[in-house]
Design a protein around this ligand. Sequence first.
Ligand code: UD1
Length: 421
Amino acid sequence: MSVQRRLIIKGGRRIEGEIAVQGAKNSALPLLAAAVLCKGQTEFHNCPELSDCGAACRILSSLGCGCRREGKVVCINASTVSGSAISERLMREMRSSIIFMGALLGRTGQCRLSFPGGCEIGSRPIDFHLEAFRQMGAKIREEHGCIECSAAKLRGAKISFPIPSVGATENVMLAAVLAEGTTEIHNAAREPEICDLANYLTRCGAKIGGAGTGTITIEGVKELNGCSYTVMPDRIAAATYLCCGAITRGEILLTKADISSLGLIVPVLEQTGCSIYGFGGDSIYLNARKTLKAPQSIRTAPYPGFPTDAQPPLMALCATLPGTTIFVETIFENRYRHVSELTRLGAKINTEGRVAVVEGVNRLTGAELEACDLRGGAAMVTAALFAEGTTKIGKTCYIERGYEDIEGSLKSVGADIRTGN
Ligand code: UD1
């Protein structure tokens, strides 16, 4: 019988110190896919060492690209792209591999991959992606869970999304940069990761306007050339560590972090009574050594709204603050899976559909938990730092998909956390 590796956390220690925030997972994945579009070499710096990035690199190698990692630097040579099909095995490793679709269509005029399917937090359809590619002239065949896409020549189109989708916006950008003519994306996602992708592509020679606004315009160019680029800091990892600082009523300095990308996370933490400042352009300071109170309501929404990915760790914090917080989750239908686990620690949370009502308690006690998804797992770690006694969290592979070294990072600021079984 295999022994399960778990995170073992003894709660009640105040967090004090400095954490350097990793590069953004949600930026690195589309960036790695974007490198397929470029002739010559791309060098990504600050690329987080995560299992999903490893999976993206394996996809790049399977497509014939040179791809090698040295620490946080990933070098990709896409001059040698020889394939346009992604095996089902590689697709299964990472749901976001759908992002290779736009890049492959743009570079080779075709691609073949399997449907990514749903995941822990929701059904995650890809209809916006497929419809947009059709509008750009691609022929798409869906058969037995397999998608085949081809376009003799992709052409610019006017695309309007029913709701902003991060992945679909990125996929269309990737397909459009080498397409013939101009593409307009209306109701585009405005997340900072969209700007990061646009910045990289622009450095490679693409012509993109309006990234970060609801309308993005892309004028197709003949070719792109790789460059050296630094992945933006991970705003969700930053938000998670800020919640960890707050829940232990601690004091934390995040370096390599960008407060301007945190959006509504900052005012919400201020509402709880924390002091939070950005300085020097790349550091965030949080002081929670005071009496905190629950924020009244949190509604997740596309950027610049409150990010759905920060909802679980924030909920863990609110579960320990005097007062009641109402959460409304508007993005994914299955994003309260951490609630039952937080309840096992003594949290008082009731959910009905997309609403969760959190009544703060002043005491949580350790228990044996299982991570259910990436951010839900992060919420359990956050709550465990506050809980009296020992909490053991299983299925840490979910957490490792998005946090580079959560154990080492939290240990370095005084948490009692280790891996064991
Ligand atoms: C990205 C992030 C994820 C984050 C999410 C929302 C990456 C790798 N992942 O996921 O961490 O939680 O944004 O900020 O960047 N939708 C459709 N049809 C589509 C596409 C989306 O109905 O074709 C719906 C989704 O079900 C969801 C909403 O649109 O309700 C937004 O999803 P989307 O922004 O596309 O999320 P992802 O890009 O998958």
